[in-house]
Ligand binder design. Structure first.
Ligand SMILES: Cc1ncc(COP(=O)(O)O)c(C=O)c1O
Length: 474
């Protein structure tokens, strides 16, 4: 494709995206296809000769769109807000068009230095002190894995340069709670700690936040049993009910016992753009690493996960490999982001955050987050004052966990009822929310925060919920 052909096709593509976003509320929220349906519509062998952009756009309309659960739809209340602001889409397009490789500072100085600048902007926007330096990973899962590798190497005195974990005399232990995201367990397993050395600390039954006294007791027990306590992963906004582990109290314990403290704030870190929410991670300055995803509620298109550390030297010591073919004359003066994470080649991810911050502006982003918090409070109060309805977890941010419990419904009957009314809404395509199981009891999670979701959409959802719950009783 020549630049001129690209120009023509590109204009059509941008128009297609703009139309798609403008009309998204006309589409069913959940993909209305059966497993295999999309694949069956595609040829089994690749094309030999070029096709036209028109044919491709037609297939986007006819084959791809039905196979998409529309997370940008204003009636999407599932999982978590995964906004892809159009400002950040432009940055992503610029990144693709530039086609940089990001394997070293020299391969694209702008990639490195804009990443440094936007990470610092985000640090300032969330009220973190100057002791933090950041980078952009693909996801919070990668950030957590990186954090646990750093913890492992700190605790083991850089065992990777000798016999690795296999040479350690004591098993290294990681602590989190069962409320933590599954990526924490995955990171602990991939970092070589082993399931037997992952402790699920007790949590408060109402707030679902980690109990620091239980953390301390487990650490002391492990020391007595000849284990080596190594790291704590605290959730600042857990996935299920957006629970907040008490960071300040946990940090006191991790500094007393010299454990690494990683803060997983994947979704809720975005709330820290609002000064009034920052008390939710009080004590964060005492952590060793922090990550969150602007690609969630804030709305910088996926993939964009911020990862901050206080000690980049340690990070580089663990991650650096320095192959000779990447040496350059400025190595001593520049940041080599390949040494700040796992991959060598890196996309120019900073551009989407740069575009987002510059074209939308933090003030508008903050206003939107405040609107969502307000909508969540309104929705929770409507639910709480309705007979047979309960809000089943504290509403700290924009996640509202609810249950419809008519007289006589308990245990399995209640679970069946909850799943039935949630499924009915999801199948209808009118709205989407995700059920979640807590203490063996299903609930419906309403996660508010799509960029285009207004109070009207939340009201419409509440009407749908009430009628679906009543209908499924019949
Ligand atoms: C608290 C928490 N941590 C981690 C993750 C994983 O995020 P990612 O998809 O960026 O790996 C999620 C995803 O929802 C999450 O809610």
């Amino acid at each position: 494709m020549t630049p001129e052909e690209f120009r023509d096709a590109g204009h059509q593509m941008i128009d297609w995206i703009a139309d798609y976003r403008a009309n998204i509320d006309q589409m069913p929220v959940r993909a209305q296809v059966r497993p295999g349906e999309i694949k069956n519509k595609l040829p089994t062998s690749p094309p030999e000769t070029p096709e036209t952009i028109d044919r491709l756009l037609q297939d986007l309309d006819q084959i791809v769109l039905p196979g998409i659960t529309q997370v940008q739809h204003p009636m999407h209340f599932g999982w978590f807000p995964s906004n892809a602001s159009l400002a950040s889409v432009l940055g992503d397009i610029a990144s693709s068009g530039l086609g940089t490789i990001g394997i070293s500072w020299e391969s694209c100085p702008a990639l490195t230095e804009i990443e440094q600048v936007v990470c610092d902007w985000m640090r300032q926007l969330t009220g973190l002190s100057e002791q933090w330096e950041g980078t952009i990973h693909d996801t919070a899962s990668t950030a957590c894995l990186t954090a646990l590798l750093l913890a492992r190497e700190q605790a083991s005195g850089y065992s990777q340069n000798a016999g690795g974990l296999q040479s350690m005399s004591k098993p290294l232990v990681v602590y989190t709670t069962e409320e933590a995201h599954s990526s924490v367990t995955k990171a602990a397993l991939l970092a070589g700690f082993g399931k037997r050395n992952l402790r699920l600390v007790n949590h408060d039954i109402t707030t679902r936040a980690m109990l620091p006294e239980d953390l301390k007791a487990r650490i002391e027990q492990d020391i007595a049993d000849d284990f080596q306590p190594t790291a704590v992963v605290a959730s600042v906004g857990s996935t299920g009910v957006t629970a907040f582990d008490p960071v300040a109290q946990i940090a006191e314990i991790t500094s007393q016992y010299k454990l690494w403290l990683h803060i997983d704030a994947a979704m809720a870190g975005n709330a820290m753009l609002l000064p009034e929410c920052r008390h939710l991670w009080d004590g964060v300055e005492a952590a060793d690493s922090i990550s969150w995803n602007p690609h969630k509620w804030m709305g910088t298109i996926l993939d964009c996960a911020l990862f901050y550390v206080k000690d980049p030297e340690h990070l580089i010591r663990v991650m650096s490999t320095n192959p000779s073919y990447l040496r350059s004359s400025v190595d001593q003066q520049v940041t080599q982001y390949r040494d700040w994470g796992i991959p060598l080649g890196r996309r120019f991810r900073a551009l989407k955050l740069w575009f987002h911050l510059r074209l939308d502006g933090p003030e508008a982003i903050r206003n939107r987050l405040r609107r969502d918090l307000d909508n969540a409070r309104w929705f929770a109060s409507e639910v709480a004052k309705s007979p047979d309805w309960q809000v089943v977890a504290p509403v700290t941010l924009q996640t509202v966990c609810i249950r419809h419990q008519p007289d006589g419904f308990q245990g399995e009957a209640l679970n069946k009822h909850t799943l039935a009314w949630v499924d009915a809404i999801n199948q209808s395509g009118e709205a989407f929310m995700s059920p979640a199981k807590i203490d063996d009891c299903w609930l419906a999670r309403v996660s508010i925060g799509v960029e285009t979701s207004t109070r009207e959409h939340v009201k419409k959802l509440w009407d749908l919920i009430q009628s679906s719950a009543v209908q499924t009783l019949k």
